[in-house]
Design a protein around this ligand. Structure first.
Ligand code: HEM
Length: 464
């Protein structure tokens, strides 16, 4: 979607051209499908159908000049010469992110770094989050125990089939409630509510893709105040918080914290256990010990028999192929002083054949050997965005592991540990030369099937 904003006025929707973004802390338009995202004009920095593009911009578009550097310039607010976008004044940088994210305010009643134009408000919020994510080895060990408790409970069942979607959502959300709110994961009295909450948040993302005119007097039917059930669930699970108060709303933390996590966990688990990769079993064997002892040393330790890779590389490869924020949006000013929304297409950069050789669309954690350097990564790998908007889950602090990579490895490692030889993924998946579908509802049909004792030990890494 492209927006034009006349200075001093609210955003006006110019064209709905089906732009996409999933986790995205800017909400996608209606048709968030891969076919749309990878159509003729798939490499979207600024949509080619924008009538505001001049001839030079159009030519650049047609040449598909898409570079990671341009993405970084869009994110940071630097001038983008090839698109004739002016530099954003430091004072306007937060507004340039907040404006395209206003739909989040309507859909979830949030007020956080993604929606505020006030620098200090974001700095305070960020500091709080940094404190929550900066964990020493004892705290990681305690978190691993919490995660194990949650995963064990999911498989403590007489059922022979489980929804993988539900398991991935619960495995991610309950421990994240612990990280963000100190929720006691030993409790199981609100488990059904937590599951329903995960479902409702996802459903609300989908609802909020409906048409939205920020200038309309009436709030859309999908506005947060009309969504009774998600608000009730938030109150049941976190009674000390108030979902009706924008500053207190637990979704301020849960949206960036959990909506990033569960879809990555789902895809990482599927890549490792269900796609028939030659090295799938070894990747599983690397994540299992990390889940038991999640230290920074273990995260980066290269191991394997036929291959050499690490938990860190497995998590990075998943974030390369499936960045939860596929596109990062900024409001930018054109030379003619009009405003438009520009999208830094992170997913497209991460699949660029010029950078990610060979087989850019295939999951190959081993490709990261020799590439795990800050300079390389900061230039072309942006799942956590880029300067000055880097996610607090991105970097390690001292000896403490980087939260994002460690948490993905921990959650997937624990799932692998508790399913190996006992449960297998069933349901159609594409061949390994194609990436998995990144659409929000994709793979809702995948199930975990209990493995009978006679079959046990034969299924890890095998595609069913
Ligand atoms: C795999 C995990 C994660 C990924 C891929 C991710 C991705 C991102 C991205 C792309 C941005 C920047 C968006 C922009 O530039 O507009 C961001 C910012 C942020 N993320 Fe994350 N995130 C992850 C985990 C988390 C967690 C667990 C939290 C905890 C609540 C969190 C909190 C934040 C905050 C507060 C910001 C704003 C930082 C600022 O503006 O200074 N993220 N994240």
């Amino acid at each position: 979607m492209l927006h034009r904003r006349v200075p001093g006025q609210s955003t006006e929707v110019l064209h709905d051209i089906g732009d996409t973004s999933t986790h995205d802390l800017s909400i996608p338009d209606k048709d968030d499908s891969n076919s749309e995202a990878h159509s003729e004009v798939d490499i979207a920095l600024i949509r080619a159908t924008d009538t505001k593009l001049n001839a030079k911009q159009q030519a650049l578009w047609n040449d598909r000049i898409v570079k990671a550097t341009v993405c970084k310039q869009i994110i940071s607010g630097d001038a983008v010469d090839c698109l004739e976008l002016a530099k954003v004044l430091p004072v306007d940088k937060y507004a340039s992110r907040a404006h395209p994210n206003q739909r989040l305010v309507v859909a979830f009643g949030v007020n956080n770094c993604f929606t505020t134009s006030v620098v200090d408000e974001c700095a305070t919020f960020r500091k709080t989050v940094e404190g929550m994510l900066n964990k020493d080895s004892a705290q990681w060990a305690a978190l691993a125990t919490c995660v194990e408790m949650v995963v064990e409970k999911e498989f403590d069942t007489t059922k022979d089939f489980l929804s993988l979607f539900d398991v991935a959502q619960m495995t991610s959300l309950k421990p994240m409630l612990n990280v963000l709110f100190g929720f006691d994961t030993e409790r199981s009295d609100v488990d059904d509510d937590i599951k329903e909450l995960a479902f409702e948040i996802n459903a609300q993302w989908l609802r909020s893709k409906d048409a939205f005119d920020p200038k309309a007097k009436e709030r859309p039917a999908w506005a947060f105040e009309h969504q009774k059930r998600p608000r009730e669930l938030l109150t049941t699970v976190l009674p000390e918080k108030s979902a009706d108060d924008m500053g207190e709303n637990p979704l301020n933390l849960l949206l960036p914290g959990d909506e990033t996590m569960w879809r990555v966990v789902l895809r990482c688990f599927v890549e490792l256990t269900a796609r028939g990769h030659d090295n799938g079993s070894e990747w599983c064997e690397i994540l299992k010990p990390f889940a038991e002892n999640p230290t920074d040393g273990h995260l980066t330790q290269l191991s394997g028999v036929h291959t050499r890779t690490s938990a860190s590389q497995i998590a990075k490869e998943t974030l390369r192929l499936y960045p939860p924020t596929r596109r990062v949006y900024r409001e930018r000013k054109l030379a003619n002083k009009e405003f438009m929304t520009a999208a830094a297409d992170i997913e497209e950069c991460h699949r660029d054949a010029n950078i990610w050789k060979p087989d850019p669309l295939r999951s190959m954690p081993e490709r990261w050997n020799g590439l795990e350097h800050k300079n390389f990564e900061d230039d072309v790998f942006m799942p956590f965005s880029a300067t000055p908007f880097n996610c607090p889950a991105k970097r390690r602090r001292g000896q403490n592991p980087p939260f994002g990579l460690a948490m993905i490895s921990l959650l997937v490692g624990m799932l692998v540990k508790h399913t190996s030889g006992k449960w297998r993924v069933v349901g159609d998946l594409p061949g390994i030369s194609e990436p998995l579908d990144t659409e929000r509802t994709a793979y809702g049909y995948l199930r975990l099937e209990r493995i009978s004792e006679s079959e046990a030990g034969t299924t890890v890494g095998k595609r069913v």
